[in-house]
Design a binder for this molecule. Structure first.
Ligand code: UPG
Ligand code: MN
Length: 750
């Protein structure tokens, strides 16, 4: 491999200019501090519970803001230059890459989605004899297997077509959803003929996959499917099948391997992290590439040069420690106008992930990330070229498990001998039996998989935990955003799916804070995690905790309106201006972020609203599930997000919030009921002249806050009157109503 030094850089670090932004952040910080000092000084005259709670919430908000300022202080992103890579390396000098795709449920994740992702990856611009794609199917589904067999046949038509006509978009469903682009190839008849032919073949493939998905299992019989016969999901042997082998080792179609690890009801399988660890071991026995790319089943390669871009970072530094992994942002296709569910995450990624990227590097996002296999193996950047810390084979066996082949391949990685091409060419199928062994449900017993090596267990956001562990070993990571975007996937739509995803994230992130071996605090105190990096992780970890102060603070104005008290300064007091400036300042600041990303005011508002909604609906159960786990009452579970290929609105209003009977909707509904009552009570008392804006009771501040909560939760207000999935089910309304009555009683007794 050539040295990564030379005239033309493979990558460039681009720090963002943000003086004005810093200034506005400091300004808001100073307003928050002034509010806090006002609160503290007013405690001498008023020590009511309401004021104490307000102090607690405002202190929390200030603390979170401080963390935000830290994260956003010095953003940076990397620009990659694939042309320079191709100048620097001969095409057959480029190192090998193992690609991992995970799928878990053929109902929630229709196989045609996985097939498109796999096809897009097999077709990327990279020497095919240096790529191997491993698909993990946690559903153990013959349908997924069948679909991938069909896909590998189609790949033999699709990939030559893409190469011949230099197709840019290599996920067939996306490519064929547009008219043929003749500008690239001229109005050539050949092109049009081939285009139509391949399109028809893709349609046939899609139809075949859909038909088998629909019902009968007829095509799923025969020798190929013996291992799938009579298997139960969650209780079966490991299945490893080579679907396509790049036999001549030339630039044809990359290897494609199907893996469904052994599952037994009594053995914890650790969800996606467990699946990725199996793929790590299976691939170690087959191809053992020094680099790994992992994507979720819906995240197709949208940029055909994406692996070249990733390589620019993995190979582009003099010190490999500068890039333990390279991360692309999660981006989505077919997003709804103005992002009503707040799950496009663009602005969040731009400023939060872009911010931490300028410290020790971005969080790991679980998909669209390029890894160094040795970092996954727990090697630190300081063990340069040695097997320091990895003493004997006996020790390796204890850590990695009882497989001679695995230990050999691990040695190659740790000692940096596994450069260049694949370990085995031409004989992949002879490796399936030993591969099944490392995919068994008992293989990890008494090893360090999931604890010190591989993708780590113990968090529903295994991606963030694993990235944190890698950075704690002393690695940095890099963030890059090629144009066109590297990968695109499906964002969940509808209330329940969105909130379930946010709940899982909040749960997983908080689990990390309490992880006794790998929490960011441990990483900073005892390992190599930078202090500012630690604070950035903490900012993310506390999502679930945020639910408590958010819920309390949004209840305070209602409590005041009902009991005729106040917690905010009066219009006549100077401090009223302070509160008003803070309110306006914060909203303008966040609006400016959206404008900077080219977003509409409507999108800003939709996202603000969703932030408030998720905080008290999804984050609260996230918090509870972590509390239950810590108390040993229950385990946390990974609930897979439903994926749909095209957003055909099944109902008339795809952007309208939908509900189901999930307890997640109770707090939001309760809040709305409480505020409607509170505003009603206040208006009646004001009309009666009992209290008013200038008395000791609630004033403009409380009224505005209450109204603000109501419009933030407007989807819930509509949900009270909506029909079908647009309406909040009675079971939820009743439970929320009981809680609201209890709350009103509680307020009265204050
Ligand atoms: O037991 C399981 C559960 C999930 N998955 C796969 O994990 C991926 C992510 O699941 P998804 O339901 O799409 O979750 P998202 O919230 O969209 O995923 C984000 O958040 C996850 C952590 O919560 C990360 O693992 C993902 O990489 C990241 O994209 C999918 O490919 C699943 O097939 C498995 O392989 N096995
Ligand atoms: Mn996903």
């Amino acid at each position: 491999m050539a040295e990564a030094t030379g005239s033309l850089p493979l990558q460039e670090r681009i720090p963002a200019k943000n003086k004005l932004k810093r200034l506005s952040e400091l300004l808001i910080l100073s307003l928050l501090l002034s509010l806090l000092s006002y609160r503290l000084s007013s405690l001498s005259s008023n020590r009511s519970l309401v004021c104490l709670l307000a102090l607690f919430c405002e202190a929390w908000i200030t603390f979170v803001w401080l963390l935000n300022v830290n994260v956003k202080w010095s953003p940076a992103i990397y620009k990659t230059n694939p042309d320079h890579l191709l100048n620097k390396f001969n095409i057959d000098e480029l190192p090998a890459m193992d690609i991992f795709v995970t799928t878990a449920d053929s109902e929630l994740e229709p196989p045609i989605i996985t097939v498109n992702t796999v096809l897009s990856l097999l077709a990327v611009d990279y020497p095919a004899n240096r790529l191997a794609c491993y698909v993990s199917d946690d559903g153990g589904s013959p349908k997924t297997y069948y679909s991938l067999i069909q896909a590998s046949k189609f790949a033999n038509r699709w990939i030559p077509f893409c190469r011949k006509y230099n197709v840019k978009l290599r996920a067939p469903f996306m490519y064929f959803s547009q008219e043929p682009d003749q500008s690239l190839n001229g109005p050539s008849l050949d092109f049009l003929r081939d285009w139509k032919e391949i399109k028809n073949e893709y349609e046939e493939l899609r139809q075949m996959i859909e038909d088998v998905g629909e019902s009968h299992l007829l095509p799923l019989q025969g020798d190929d499917f013996v291992e799938f016969s009579n298997i139960e999901r969650g209780n079966h042997q490991s299945i490893v099948k080579v679907l396509w082998e790049n036999k001549d080792g030339k630039d044809g179609i990359p290897h494609l391997i199907y893996v469904s690890r052994e599952k037994r009801p009594k053995h914890p399988h650790h969800f996606k992290a467990g699946a990725l660890n199996v793929l790590t071991r299976v691939s170690a026995l087959m191809t053992n590439a020094p680099f790994i790319l992992n994507v979720d089943c819906d995240m197709f390669a949208n940029n055909h040069q994406v692996i070249l871009h990733g390589m620019c970072l993995l190979l582009g530094f003099d010190e490999e420690g500068s890039c333990g992994y390279a991360q692309t942002p999660q981006m989505f296709y077919g997003g709804l106008k103005n992002d009503p569910f707040g799950n496009q995450l663009e602005v969040l990624q731009k400023f939060m992930v872009g911010g931490i990227a300028g410290i020790q590097g971005p969080y790991n996002g679980g998909t669209g990330s390029f890894h160094r296999r040795k970092a996954i193996y727990g090697s630190s950047p300081f063990d340069q070229n040695t097997n320091a810390g990895w003493a004997s084979s006996k020790e390796l066996r204890r850590i990695f498990g009882n497989s001679n082949e695995l230990i050999d391949s691990t040695n190659e990685i740790i000692k940096q001998e596994a450069k260049g091409g694949f370990r085995f060419i031409n004989e992949l199928s002879t490796r399936t039996e030993i591969a099944k062994k490392v995919a068994s449900s008992t293989f990890e017993h008494n090893t360090s998989w999931g604890k010190e090596i591989g993708w780590l267990y113990g968090s529903m956001t295994e991606d963030v935990l694993t990235g944190l562990k890698i950075q704690s070993m002393g690695w940095k990571s890099t963030y890059f955003k090629p144009n066109p975007p590297a990968f695109l996937g499906c964002a969940p739509t509808g209330g329940p799916a969105c909130l379930t995803q946010y709940k899982r994230w909040a749960t997983g992130l908080l689990e990390i804070l309490f992880d006794k071996d790998h929490s960011p605090v441990v990483g900073t105190l005892t390992k190599q995690l930078h202090f500012r990096q630690c604070l950035s992780y903490v900012r993310l970890n506390i999502w679930a905790l945020q639910s408590v102060p958010e819920l309390l603070y949004s209840l305070l104005p209602a409590c005041c309106l009902i009991t005729g008290t106040s917690f905010l300064p009066k219009v006549s007091e100077g401090q009223f201006l302070l509160a008003a400036m803070l309110f306006a300042g914060y909203n303008l600041y966040s609006l400016a972020e959206y404008k900077h990303c080219g977003k509409s005011c409507r999108e800003w508002w939709n996202n603000q609203r969703m932030q408030r909604i998720t905080a008290i609906t999804a984050f609260l159960p996230g918090l509870l599930s972590v509390v239950f786990k810590l108390l040993g009452l229950s385990e946390t579970v990974f609930e897979v997000t439903r994926k749909e290929q095209v957003h055909v609105p099944a109902h008339a209003e795809p952007g309208r919030f939908t509900f189901d009977g999930s307890p997640m909707f109770i707090t939001g509904t309760m809040l709305v009921l409480v505020h409607i009552t509170a505003i009603g009570v206040a208006l009646v008392s004001w009309a009666g002249g009992a209290i008013g804006p200038e008395t000791n009771g609630p004033g403009v501040g409380e009224m505005v806050c209450s109204g603000w909560v109501l419009i933030s939760f407007w989807p819930f207000v509509r949900g009270l009157f909506g029909k079908g999935s647009y309406g909040i089910p009675w079971s939820v309304v009743i439970k929320a109503g009981v809680l609201a009555v209890l709350f009103l009683q509680l307020c009265r007794s204050l």
